[in-house]
Design a protein around this ligand. Structure first.
Ligand code: NI
Length: 168
């Protein structure tokens, strides 16, 4: 396994719309392993392939405290919104390090995706899992959490990230 370089906002590559995975082969499986390692190293709970500059519809998630319950979703789709009740969570993003913002999203969704075995499965995601999946699926559309904020706030974050990048 290897860790991958994470793109940092406002890198324009983060705006790329990801392509569906045609076949879950060894290179896709290797990519999901590297994405998981990268996510764990960054102490994140979710990562989209877009964030490591691979524009395929793949996300990895682990919301467990022990970091031993990885979820891989390939070509994920929201099948239905199970609970339209909007919940607010403080969201972070490995592509916007150190920034946490309260965002509102539906509290329960049903997802259809392929697993690393290439088989389709359904997942009912509630609360934090629902939030993480929606956040990561946004990345696959080239959308980011900063897009939900005011222009002023986004501009402040953009400046902070540019400074952070220059200092590295
Ligand atoms: Ni993110």
């Amino acid at each position: 396994m290897a860790t991958l370089k994470i793109l940092i906002f406002p890198d324009p590559k983060l705006r790329t719309v990801a392509e569906p995975v045609k076949e879950v082969n060894d290179s896709i499986i290797k990519l999901t392993e590297d994405m998981l390692e990268t996510m764990y190293e960054g102490e994140g709970i979710g990562l989209a392939a877009t964030q490591v500059d691979v524009h395929k519809r793949i996300i990895v998630i682990d919301i467990s405290n022990e970091k031993n319950d990885p979820i891989v979703l390939i070509n994920p789709k929201i099948n239905k919104i199970i609970n339209e009740e909007i919940k607010s969570y403080s969201e972070g993003c490995l592509s916007v390090p150190g920034i946490f913002e309260e965002l509102e999203r539906p509290s329960a969704v049903e997802i259809i995706a392929l697993g690393i075995d290439g088989k389709e499965f359904t997942l009912v995601a509630e609360d934090i899992l629902s939030v993480v999946i929606q956040h990561e699926m946004d990345h696959l559309e080239g959308k980011m959490m900063v897009d939900f904020l005011s222009n002023l706030k986004r501009e402040m974050i953009r400046k902070k990230m540019v400074k952070l990048r220059a200092s590295k």
